[in-house]
Design a binder for this molecule. Sequence first.
Ligand SMILES: *[C@@H]1O[C@H](CO)[C@@H](O)[C@H](O)[C@H]1NC(C)=O
Ligand SMILES: *[C@@H]1O[C@H](CO)[C@@H](O)[C@H](O)[C@H]1NC(C)=O
Ligand SMILES: *[C@@H]1O[C@H](CO)[C@@H](O)[C@H](O)[C@H]1NC(C)=O
Ligand SMILES: *[C@@H]1O[C@H](CO)[C@@H](O)[C@H](O)[C@H]1NC(C)=O
Ligand SMILES: *[C@@H]1O[C@H](CO)[C@@H](O)[C@H](O)[C@H]1NC(C)=O
Ligand SMILES: *[C@@H]1O[C@H](CO)[C@@H](O)[C@H](O)[C@H]1NC(C)=O
Ligand SMILES: *[C@@H]1O[C@H](CO)[C@@H](O)[C@H](O)[C@H]1NC(C)=O
Length: 443
Amino acid sequence: MSYYYGSFITCLLLVVFSLCLTANANSFDSLLQLPRRLSHSTRPRPERLLHVGNFGAKGNGLTDDTKAFADSWKTACSSKVKTRILVPANYTYLVRPIDLSGPCKARLTLQISGTIIAPNDPDAWEGFNPRKWLYFHGVSRLTVEGGGTVNGMGQEWWRRSCKHNHSNPCRGAPTALTFHKCKNMRVENLNVIDSQQMHVALTSCRRVTISGLKVIAPSTSPNTDGIHISVSRGIVIDNTTVSTGDDCVSIVKNSSQISISNIVCGPGHGISIGSLGKSKSWEEVKDITVDTAFISDTENGVRIKTWQGGSGLVSKVIFRNIEMNNVSNPIIIDQYYCDSRKPCANQTSAVSIENISFANVRGTSASKEAIKISCSDSSPCRNILLQDIDLELSNGDGLTESFCWEAYGSSSGQVYPPPCLSDETSFLEQSVLDQSDITSAYL
Ligand SMILES: *[C@@H]1O[C@H](CO)[C@@H](O)[C@H](O)[C@H]1NC(C)=O
Ligand SMILES: *[C@@H]1O[C@H](CO)[C@@H](O)[C@H](O)[C@H]1NC(C)=O
Ligand SMILES: *[C@@H]1O[C@H](CO)[C@@H](O)[C@H](O)[C@H]1NC(C)=O
Ligand SMILES: *[C@@H]1O[C@H](CO)[C@@H](O)[C@H](O)[C@H]1NC(C)=O
Ligand SMILES: *[C@@H]1O[C@H](CO)[C@@H](O)[C@H](O)[C@H]1NC(C)=O
Ligand SMILES: *[C@@H]1O[C@H](CO)[C@@H](O)[C@H](O)[C@H]1NC(C)=O
Ligand SMILES: *[C@@H]1O[C@H](CO)[C@@H](O)[C@H](O)[C@H]1NC(C)=O
């Protein structure tokens, strides 16, 4: 006690404050807190750097580096200071299915500058969830960046797919990067290639920004969606390129506030909302904007697809400033979607579709039917807007057409092919008629 007082007084007397601080750092902790806080607000916080090599990762593409990745994640995730895990350039890390779970104590950056590859033998998933490879869950404030590559080595999975060989059972394959229950996350400047199935999946996520993502897989690879969004809200996708064998982006199940801009898509199946309503499910998707897209050599351009028998709602969707090049179904709403081997039975209920606009959509169609709006008899599409559309046949040989079934809405500006929507007031009249039909049937 007397020592502390003595040294404290000496310090004050000598005004050699810095020396004093060093000598009695621990006992003066409480006094030092104020200046420390001030210095924090003016200087960037230091970041802890963890190199996967320090955890034993070899990066030769042959040695199993899973444990090193798991250990570095564990250390980073429990760190109280902002931490960066470095996967360095010019190394290739073989990583088996891995769980990267949160919550973590501080901000975390996973810098993938090198390459991460999956085992190429599907048997490596024995005993693991066959739907996941790099599985992040319960994490917030995570950034994945670095300009490197995540390679799913999907070839053997595709070969065994029931879509390629009908004698094989239909089973799900892993998603390369799954983010489940994530929040305030960023994915920036990353290449994801040859996934076994989907490339990037967001499920139950909030506030995620994806930019500078490049997804590449062969156009023949089955079910290889680029970005799949499910039960998620507040998602921004910008400056992204996707060429795969399935949807560039697919949005399903209770997802909303999704903005997609500056996307290059194709080959593949285009940008899709759905499929929704499978197996009589209730689903809602709303507040979706796709602005500035270049879609080339895809099966569909911008699409909404729902199964018969489902319920729920798709609303407030805007597709604008879209350039199409040789796209088979540039604009398509299909409430009769059926992806099963036997034809789907006709059913009365449907996921409703309303307030959907297509504006400034131009380019070429590989098929005659450039606009197809095929809606349910029991739940017609409402308030569809077509504005400034110009879709010509890609081979220049003939005219394009629109097809509408139970599709209500309006068009403005120049729309080619000529639109075929029924106007909204006729829908209201029709509903009144339907009501009186029912009434008269009972009389
Ligand atoms: C990776 O290799 C390239 C080409 O050999 C070299 O230019 C670059 O500096 C290397 N990067 C790192 C981080 O070692
Ligand atoms: C399809 O799968 C079956 C059973 O797995 C296999 O015997 C057959 O050789 C496969 N066919 C082709 C063309 O790969
Ligand atoms: C877009 O992403 C690429 C990487 O795919 C990056 O090199 C480029 O700087 C990004 N551009 C903008 C404007 O963000
Ligand atoms: C969607 O939300 C509704 C109502 O909030 C809920 O009943 C339903 O289970 C949700 N569906 C999914 C797939 O999350
Ligand atoms: C347009 O797409 C069709 C079918 O997808 C394809 O057969 C054709 O070669 C493509 N045309 C051009 C000019 O690329
Ligand atoms: C469903 O209805 C359509 C149109 O009425 C009809 O052409 C088709 O054969 C029906 N499909 C089945 C499986 O009943
Ligand atoms: C669709 O738009 C109309 C007119 O703006 C509006 O009254 C209606 O509530 C909207 N429906 C949905 C589901 O947002």
